[in-house]
Design a protein around this ligand. Sequence first.
Ligand code: PMP
Length: 322
Amino acid sequence: MEPKFAFFKGRVIPYSEAKVGVLTHALNYGTAVFGGLRGYWNESESQLFVFRPLDHFKRFLQSGRLLNMELPFSAEDLTGALVDLLRAEDCRQDCYIRPLAFYADEHIGVKIHHLNAEVSIVAMPFGHYNTNEDSMHVTVSSWRRVDDNVIPARGKIAGAYVNSAFAKTDALRAGFDEVIVLNHDGHISEGSAANFFLLRNGAFATPPITDNVLEGITRRTLIQLIRDELKMEVQERPIDRTELYLADEAFFCGTGVQISAITRVDYRDIGTGRMGEATARLREIYFPMVRGNNPKYRGWCHPVFESNHPAVSRDRTTVTVK
Ligand code: PMP
């Protein structure tokens, strides 16, 4: 089902009116950046919570800076615009939110200067990203991850997702659930649209950002939860492909995939071949938290609707177009 509304050119308008021409620079050259957020419906409070919108929009603006974009919004402005949009949609269910900043000029010429960027945001009902979050069978891709000096992976640059699409389609067609992509050094970078963690000998490890991975918000969230809630070690360090074969547990994380257990890689079981205990515990902490049900992390959950609930702030930033 199509969204009813879009935030487009500084206003919330009917989705059917948020259109671009076929010559649009971003459509021809991939010169856009995007974000991906989730809204979680909390039934008992009749409230929609967006998870860490300020952090998502900060990364969105930084992705824009990588592409030399001058965007007339702050992260607070965009959060306000999102709240306006979700209220217009009257979104009272779990949803996925897609902000996009794109070079809108309709002319020929490969460059990222002297161009005009526009911002859009749309939201749509959303459930699970993967059909199988409990026991994914993955393959190591023959495609290599884009390098910082090719197209920076630390930001969400639209054109770079052709790299993810190559890897994902080949993996799905070969019968796997997802894909692990290596960087040019042969170290694990991440999945097609998710960061990667493994657990071995009692410590978690995740590739450092300098191994060409996205600066994931869920990655950052889980590093904190592993240390503060599980009281376990997390190392940010290069990970060899064969460490995965010897791992006790592994999972992908991201706004879309949430926490998806990896239980097999190229027909080899990881650990017992079933979701591990630490992964299961993290999921038990994560899911109530993102829905606003953990007071300790309530600050990460941004309420959308006016509410009489005492723990929910009634303040919000309204969008100002500078
Ligand atoms: N890596 C890639 C390549 C992604 O596309 C995503 C999804 N945004 C992630 C990691 C996870 O990032 P986040 O936790 O910020 O959603």
